[in-house]
Design a protein around this ligand. Structure first.
Ligand code: ZN
Length: 84
């Protein structure tokens, strides 16, 4: 996207961060950058949702592996998207 500022992460980086994000393994700063990107990028938002569904279906990542913080962040994130 042309309007992206230089410090914004691009889709490829966002995609690479998804798993870490879901595992709550991102630093606070990376998580914020990731979320900022998702808010501006429906594609990556949809991708994250897909991964999350896959994890739920396959159990590749047990729910217990998700930190409460990550779960809370995701819930918060999706609530915001829906309301926008
Ligand atoms: Zn993107």
């Amino acid at each position: 996207m042309l309007s992206l500022r230089r410090r914004d992460i691009v889709c490829q980086q966002a995609v690479e961060l998804v798993t870490d994000y879901l595992e709550g393994a991102l630093s606070r700063r990376d998580r914020r950058r990731f979320e900022t990107h998702l808010k501006a990028c429906p594609n990556c938002a949809a991708y994250l949702e897909q991964i999350r569904m896959t994890i739920q279906l396959t159990g590749a990542i047990e729910p217990d592996d998700l930190s409460p913080q990550a779960t809370q962040d995701l819930t918060e994130l999706f609530r915001r998207w829906r309301s926008e």
